[in-house]
Design a protein around this ligand. Structure first.
Ligand code: UN1
Length: 511
């Protein structure tokens, strides 16, 4: 028995069934596919994938569950999420083991990802008593003008391999308190994590007689399953995390039926290092953001824009750390950089490095690591690439640990380079100069959804709204008022007078 078998056993995952509609699991009507670990390529099980007919079954069940859930008071829905958070606390380590085995994250990051689930549950429980609508002053006498937020309907959730549990939890915790059931299509690379999350939610559901288990469904499958979710009119909101390409195609299908999307797509995140930066602090933040999670976060630092006078110093400092970064088995306590998710990720990384060389870049590291790593996995030393300017390859997001470094002369120049890329997720400035910091945060500064000062680009807390602009898709998930995407707003005008004044002073006398 491996630690994975133990964890799966304790959570109660039946890994053969790829379609779960509430507590009811079935083999999907599609092909049987092998789940593999990026650590060593070993098989983690055989799963019967869903097809579009399974999606239709799940959406129909969710729709029925919605009719029940929307009548249950929000604080009671919060109670379900509170209990789910409790189950997650009990299985914190188990779920982290799955994240490590299936997504290749080092243990501390895997534990952190489950913590992010627990945090969003806590947030959502409080939120369940704070789904506030506004009261406006009416222009008419004896009229009350208010707004109320109502459950929207079942949500289709599409997630990526790199956050195989937390991103679903952001959606699930908020959707459930808002009164929306959900059907989840996880990444086909991390099906076990999804089956485990669903199972743990079922555990919480079982303890509440008034809440149907069909508030949650999971459909493991490929692109056809995602497209079927996008096209299903029973799902008024599709929340999708992943590549720009995927987001664009989902958005088109949803737009065709005038549905709502919440998109969290690619990032090409940058940090600016200014003359006044505290280099010791910056170095720790930059290396975690660029090399952590093997460069496979959407918030990963991919571009470093350094003031020319500090350029050599910064590049040398990062080079020295990269040379001795421990790359290897993510299950070992000293490892900082685990495997890439698969071979295509490695090929994309090498192709990007070749293009960077051709565009005048000097590449440090980025090679495959073969010593002291598990056989069958793909391990690389994170790459540091000095670029003379922001060339075409730097404008693209390559989902691998590549950090491009570009020199700048003055802050305006740095901000121009910063905002020049199509993506707009996360950004940082390292400075002790408040004018520079505030300029970067202001309207003419960073054009991203996440703008940090003396903090790296990755590792956002759940309390803020998470997401970004431009090709990142414009959606906001997680904290702040992101819940509004999961509800519909009704504006009420109530007349408690015995007259009928018309708005805007319009007269319509029928005498
Ligand atoms: C993602 O990579 O899709 O800010 C999400 C972070 C994490 C979430 C990343 N809290 O890096």
């Amino acid at each position: 028995m491996t630690e994975l078998d133990d964890a799966l056993g304790r959570i109660g995952v039946d890994a053969t069934h790829g379609v779960w509609v509430g507590a009811d699991g079935a083999q999907g009507s599609g092909a049987v596919c092998e789940a593999r670990s990026p650590i060593d390529g070993s098989s983690l099980g055989q799963i019967g994938w869903a097809t579009t007919s399974d999606v239709a079954r799940a959406a129909a069940a969710n729709r029925k569950a919605f009719e029940v859930l929307r009548r249950i008071p929000a604080p009671r829905r919060g109670e379900l999420v509170r209990r789910f958070g409790q189950v997650l606390r009990e299985h914190h380590e188990d779920l982290a083991v799955l994240v490590t085995w299936e997504a290749g994250k080092i243990r501390s990051e895997a534990v952190g990802e489950v913590q992010e689930m627990i945090d969003i549950c806590d947030f959502a429980v409080g939120l369940s008593r704070q789904l506030y609508g506004k009261t406006m002053t009416s222009e008419r006498a004896a009229h009350r003008l208010t707004e109320q937020w109502h459950p929207l309907g079942p949500v289709g959730v599409i997630t990526a391999f790199n956050f195989p549990v937390a991103v679903w939890a952001w959606n699930a915790a908020i959707a459930l308190v808002c009164g929306d059931p959900l059907v989840w299509k996880p990444s086909e690379r991390t099906p076990l994590c999804a089956l485990a999350c669903h199972q743990l939610l079922m555990r919480a559901c079982e303890t509440m007689d008034d809440i149907p288990d069909t508030v949650s469904s999971v459909v493991i499958g490929g692109t056809d399953v995602g497209q079927a979710l996008a096209g299903d009119r029973r799902l008024p909101l599709i929340s999708a995390t992943g590549s720009v390409r995927m987001g664009r195609s989902v958005a088109q299908v949803v737009a065709e039926r005038l549905g709502r999307t919440l998109l969290e797509l690619g990032g090409n995140n940058a940090a600016i290092v200014t003359p006044s930066a505290d280099l010791e602090l910056a170095l720790r933040a930059l290396v975690f953001a660029a090399a952590g999670t093997a460069g496979q976060r959407c918030t990963t630092l991919r571009r470093l824009i350094v003031q020319r006078d500090r350029y050599e110093e910064v590049v040398e400092a990062i080079r020295a750390v990269y040379a001795r970064l421990s790359v290897g088995d993510p299950r070992l306590p000293d490892t900082l950089v685990g495997p890439l998710i698969d071979k295509p990720a490695f090929s994309a990384m090498q192709a990007a490095l070749d293009r960077a060389r051709a565009q005048g870049g000097t590449v440090h590291f980025g090679e495959r690591v073969r010593q002291d790593v598990p056989e069958g996995g793909i391990y690389v030393r994170p790459a540091l690439v000095e670029m003379p300017s922001q060339t075409a390859i730097v404008m693209e997001e390559t989902f691998a640990p590549i950090l491009y470094v570009i020199p700048y002369d003055d802050l305006q120049d740095a901000i121009r380079i910063h905002n020049e890329v199509p993506q707009g997720l996360s950004s940082s400035i390292f400075t002790n100069d408040m004018r520079e910091a505030e300029t970067f945060c202001g309207p003419q500064g960073s054009d991203c959804g996440i703008v940090n000062v003396n903090v790296g680009t990755s590792g956002a807390e759940i309390g803020g709204a998470f997401g970004g602009e431009k090709d990142t898709g414009g959606g906001r998930e997680s904290g702040s008022d992101a819940w509004k995407a999961y509800m519909r707003r009704a504006t009420h005008t109530v007349n408690y007078s015995d007259e009928l004044p018309l708005a805007q002073g319009v007269e319509f006398d029928m005498e």
